[in-house]
Ligand binder design. Sequence first.
Ligand SMILES: Cc1ncc(COP(=O)(O)O)c(C=O)c1O
Length: 385
Amino acid sequence: MNPDKKIYLDYNSTTPVDPGVLEEMLPYFTEKFGNASSISHAFGWEAEEAVDIAREQIANLIGASATEITFTSGATEAINIALRGLSKAHRDNGNHIITCATEHKAVLDTCESLEQEGFEVTYLPVDESGMINLNELHSAIRNETILVTLMHANNEIATIHPLKEISKITRENSIPLMSDATQSVGKIPVDVKDLGVDIMTFSSHKMYGPKGAGALYLNKDNKPDISPFITGGGQEKGVRPGTLNVPAIVGFGKACELCSNKMEEDSERLSLLREKLEKELLEMDGVELNGTAENRLPYMTNISFQNIDNTYMIRRLKNLAVSQGSACTSSTHKPSHVLKAIGLSNELALSSIRIGLGRFTTEEEIKTAISTIKEVIPRLKLSMQ
Ligand SMILES: Cc1ncc(COP(=O)(O)O)c(C=O)c1O
């Protein structure tokens, strides 16, 4: 393998667009450029039809029906629409929201902003594997609770929350359950009806689709009211008005179809590659797995390298594109809130890296990653003595 070749191992941050997705999108930039809301001519009808097909493909991947899908620009926007919109619409029923400490910043920062508007938020703690305690969830519920929002799979440590068990509790208490499933949709089977989730958010660019498209699922049988915070042309039933990004939506739809077809194969192959990577790295002194080896996504790992600063380490890993954690917080060089929540010290959290594998990761790349890390770490340790 060419030693200068860059190896991408940050698939949880974003994924390359699958060639099959790109091919499907291209005509919608050129000859099929119509506005999906232009109902008076064939250019509009063509775009509208493409959006309908994509909506169907996306709904199919999560066991929903097409009418339950609202297009957004990504998961952050979908989360904001749902959290802010539901809180505003249900304010007369209560002002309490339950979430957990390891959520993505899109949820945590929105909750914080809602707190400034007078809402009360309970942030459930997690154990060392990143799991909430269901009894604690039960106890946190109050008469004023209007929403429980708990992510499906964690974006730093891969822990999967037991949504089916969680929804038993929320349903018993007639509280809507929202889940940020940005990391799980397309990677593991997700069936919203089986899981009992009422609101789900996810994103195209995490599953080999383009950036600029996301989805908000709203359960039609238990539909929570959402007051839109964007106003405009009434698209997406007024929940998210604005001209639809047709090429991105077409790509998102195709990406979902490909994920349905390739999920099993990708999952089996990538789990084996991750196993190999983890086995080799965990043999080294002072190297530990963060989180849990069970109930987690099959494509990623988070590992700490005692006494080695992760920024320094990542710089030395040169051609390996790995990350300190979430892309949204990696510019700050603060210890990850997720790793702190599972009990790591500041120092150990700042000695951890996330390695994310994906559809285009090869065995050869993993072998190179292992040998590069095994070569660099002892040298770093020596230089730090
Ligand atoms: C768990 C999780 N939620 C939300 C987001 C935000 O997604 P988007 O980039 O589509 O806004 C991300 C992306 O990093 C994520 O991993």
